[in-house]
Write a protein that binds this ligand. Structure first.
Ligand code: NOJ
Length: 514
């Protein structure tokens, strides 16, 4: 198969390393654990592994705040054990993709530390440092009115420099100034480092945010979260930078790239992935199909709307048909568990199979998130202090502007990313077989009923369904190359039934909240 084609007939398993498998007994998932589970991963009939960040990080955002791009976090191992994992995956015919997080670094990255010491340091301009504004009454204001995705305003003041730095995500995630050619050289070096080590590609974190509009203008009307996105999502320069990375690095390797693309329609995605156009990435990670039970953010919950979900999938399928390749997913580390959202916890095996077939058999590359294949469900965190995710605090703060705290806490419990981050349930033994030590995070209480060991030999289990459907997809050309065609339900009652279901759901939400 030609270089540009192999990813079209592959499926990918995503590992969020901290919660996958603990090999050294310290309570934290690691690469020794992964090494031990390579046969399991291969048994799923996937062709590749994508690792969420494995790099050194203070873990303000669990690895999405990187303090060293060219090493492995000591919690997870070291470069030596990473090489073993890489070789072990390759020996089993699986490729390995890393997470490339270059919209921002950690504030503990040496570039930021150096640039913060001195305005004249070459590292100062690696980030967006700006002067504040002053009101007529002398009050100091940040450089513009942008708000962050994770933590209030998007600017943090540094008294020693008397300047603010931009962070579209958490305070500890300062945005890199990609307009600075030196920063782009650093990115190319990072790409080369991992590709030369033998990795096969990258999932590129919020890559649609890497270019900011000149002058960083304020944005109106202001939104409580992510205000300003109009000036940093999908700006023309993002394509230009990606083209440079492709031309100068990626084109020299037989590698794969998938870009995470929040706030991106299929028409906009085509700017990056159109095979007949100026293609700079192989695939893009869509979001609209993950919004069938919420309004933009998982926290703003609505009843599940089948038509909304179908429309979202159909739009990406039809617009990309014959022009570009889809990335297919229904779970990852950023969303609650899918059976708890779009399926039924009561009929978890049945609804899990239905959801798997529904998305895997569409046209595109299926991604499977750890635990999805055994039907792991949402957990139930009742106190704010139980959450690990940096988003939780902010979500509660924003939500309580509009609703009572008790309602906000219930919405948070259902929508938090922490639902997807509980340790993998391997067995019904101690700590669900995840760790011999004390797990870093709560093991879901349901591990006695839901675990991989118990599903291993059951021909009707969800685990074995995933194995079968991924094999089927791989071996059945029409499941890979076939066109997508939408059929509409003939039953006139369908809309009515759905409306009735939505009203009941509203009623349940209301009763739960009062
Ligand atoms: C998207 C990642 O998937 C998410 O986990 C992270 O918090 C943000 N980008 C910021 O890096």
């Amino acid at each position: 198969m030609a270089k540009s084609e192999w990813y079209k007939n592959m499926s990918v398993y995503q590992i969020w390393p901290r919660s996958f498998c603990d090999g050294n007994g310290d309570g934290i998932g690691d690469l020794w654990g992964v090494l031990d589970k390579l046969d399991y991963i291969k048994s799923l009939n996937v062709d590749a592994i994508w690792f969420s960040p494995l790099f050194p990080s203070p873990n303000a955002d669990y690895g999405y705040d990187i303090s060293d791009y060219m090493d492995i976090h000591p919690d997870y191992g070291n470069l030596q054990v990473f090489r073993q994992v890489l070789d072990g995956a390759h020996a089993r015919g699986m490729k390995v993709f890393m997470d490339l997080v270059v919209n921002h670094t950690s504030d503990e990255h040496k570039w930021f530390i150096e640039g913060r010491k001195d305005k004249n340091s070459p590292y100062h301009d690696y980030y967006y440092w700006r002067n504040g504004r002053t009101t007529r009454s002398g009050r100091r204001l940040p450089p513009n009115n942008w708000s962050s995705v994770f933590e209030g305003g998007a600017w943090e003041y540094d008294a020693s420099l008397d300047e603010y730095y931009l962070h579209v995500f958490a305070k500890k995630q300062p945005d890199l100034n990609m307009a600075n050619p030196r920063v782009r050289e650093e990115v190319k070096n990072i790409l080369r480092f991992w590709l030369d080590l033998g990795v096969d590609g990258f999932r590129e974190d919020v890559i649609t945010f890497i270019a900011k509009d000149e002058g960083l203008p304020s944005s109106y009307p202001p939104l409580p979260v992510a205000n300003g996105y109009r000036h940093y999502a999908n700006r023309p320069k993002a394509h230009e930078y990606l083209k440079e990375f492709k031309r100068e690095v990626l084109d020299f390797y037989d590698c794969f790239t998938v870009g995470e693309s929040p706030m991106t329609t299929p028409d906009v995605a085509l700017r990056y992935i159109d095979e007949g156009g100026d293609k700079v990435l192989d695939e893009m990670i869509a979001f609209s199909h993950m919004e069938a039970d919420c309004f933009m953010l998982d926290m703003l919950q609505l009843p599940f709307n089948l038509v909304k979900m179908k429309r979202a999938f159909s739009e990406w399928q039809t617009k990309l048909q014959g022009r570009a390749w889809n990335a297919l997913y229904i779970e990852n580390h950023d969303h609650p568990r899918i059976i708890s959202r779009y399926g039924s916890e009561e009929y978890r095996t049945e609804s899990g199979k239905m959801l798997a077939a529904m998305y895997i058999l569409q046209r595109g590359t299926p991604f499977i998130y750890q635990g999805q294949e055994i039907g792991m469900l949402n957990t139930n965190l009742t106190e704010l202090g139980m959450y690990k995710d940096v988003m939780a605090q902010n979500n509660i703060e924003v939500a309580t502007r509009f609703m009572p705290r008790s309602t906000a806490m219930k919405l948070l419990a259902r929508s938090s990313r922490d639902n997807a981050r509980t340790p993998f349930q391997w067995t019904d033994g101690k700590n669900a077989g995840f760790s011999e030590g004390t797990p870093w995070f709560f093991v879901n209480e349901n591990y006695k009923e839901i675990n991989a060991a118990q599903q291993e030999d059951d021909p009707n289990s969800l685990l074995n369904f995933y194995r079968a459907i991924l094999k089927f997809k791989k071996e059945t050309p029409v499941a890979v190359w076939g066109d997508y065609k939408e059929y509409f339900p003939k039953d006139k009652n369908f809309r009515f039934l759905q409306l009735r279901e939505q009203l009941r759901h509203h009623e349940r939400l209301y009763l739960a909240a009062v």
